[in-house]
Design a binder for this molecule. Structure first.
Ligand code: TXA
Ligand code: MG
Length: 319
């Protein structure tokens, strides 16, 4: 499991591995991705094996530019054009009608494909060197915390990938926002682009029009640390129950906990999002009996963080 620096030599080597049908972990501006050539079904199949990901869960295809985009999607409705002009390259994923040649494995047999044009220079250099769209989910075992550093990838699935490109910690720290464009734009997953910013471009987003499974954010348990986590007001937790537990909050610190972490001392949501998964990884490694998380106000990126916390705290009765 070589971890190599994401310099020009490393990127050239990674592109070579991809062209031969390999699987490479690489940084994006959101989280690390686990990439393979999107049009090589055998390589894509390895992504599912490595993540132990169910085949009904489709992947995001990453493209460098419009030329690559048109190899993947069959049409760009006006709302998709408007959103791509405003947010690409960047952390927004659009679900659009797919082109016939996109393997069914990538889309889980759906007539649509999720596509995004990343802004991270390493992701872009890799797409350019590979010369083809890359299918890439987050580079973590299915259902676990997403990786925001190469070390997280190495600790989770490192033994099975051909190469990890180390580009340092990711900028946004939360996955892309997913919007389906098929009729009225619909929010499938809250993420690094605030829903409010998307609505400023296309008007009110539908949320929950579709029954059943559409995105992992709709699976009840996802993004979970190994340590049990609950959403609760830590200030109300009796002292004796704090001793072997950890606390996590946007900007408050709590006495009596074995560890108390703040995502941003000034309450800045961008800083908090960037540190979100990293801080959960860190608390998860401390062998705590439990993590008590103070709920975050659901505005802007607070909504995306609360979405992930709810799925990490199944059956939570404290809220
Ligand atoms: O920021 C991100 O989006 C990162 C980086 C690596 O780009 N990727 C990521 O991928 O978070 P992943 O696989 O962890 O989440 C993508 C989700 C899938 O679980 C899937 O449910 C949804 O996107 N998705 C993909 N194709 C879809 C489709 N055709 N219709 C609805 N949802 C789709
Ligand atoms: Mg994921």
């Amino acid at each position: 499991m070589p971890v190599i620096a994401a310099d020009s030599g490393g990127i050239a080597r990674a592109a070579e591995v991809l062209r031969r049908g390999g699987v490479v972990a690489f940084p994006t501006e959101t989280v690390y991705g686990l990439g393979a050539l999107a049009f090589t079904a055998e390589a894509v199949a390895r992504i599912f094996e490595i993540k132990r990901r169910p085949h009904f869960d489709p992947l995001i295809v990453h493209v460098l530019d419009d030329e690559m985009l048109l190899r993947v999607v069959s049409s760009m409705p006006p709302a998709a054009r408007a959103l791509s002009e405003r947010f690409w390259p960047g952390p927004l994923t659009l679900v659009l009608r797919k082109r016939a040649g996109v393997p069914d494995l990538v889309t889980a047999g759906l007539p649509t494909v999720a596509v995004r044009m990343p802004s991270h220079p390493v992701a872009r250099a890799l797409l350019g060197a590979a010369g083809a769209p890359l299918a890439a989910p987050s580079a973590n075992p299915f259902g676990h915390l997403s990786p925001t550093r190469a070390e997280h990838v190495a600790g989770g699935i490192g033994g099975q990938v051909d190469l990890i490109l180390d580009g340092g910690r990711t900028e946004h720290g939360l996955e892309s926002t997913i919007v389906a464009i098929d009729g009225r734009p619909e929010l499938l997953r809250a993420g690094a682009v605030e829903a409010e910013a998307i609505e400023a471009v296309v008007g009110p987003l539908d949320a929950g029009r579709v029954a059943g499974y559409r995105a992992p954010g709709m699976l009840p348990r996802h993004y979970a640390p190994a340590t049990p986590l609950r959403l609760v007001e830590p200030a109300g937790v009796p002292m004796p129950e704090r001793a072997r537990a950890g606390a996590l909050a946007l900007c408050e610190r709590f006495e009596g906990y074995a560890a108390s972490r703040q995502l941003s001392v000034t309450g800045d949501l961008r800083e908090a999002a960037a540190r979100f998964f990293e801080t959960l990884h860190e608390l998860d490694a401390l062998g705590l009996e439990r993590i008590d998380v103070q709920p975050i106000a659901e505005r802007g990126l607070g909504r995306a963080m609360m979405d992930r916390l709810r799925r990490a705290a199944p059956g939570d009765r404290e809220l």
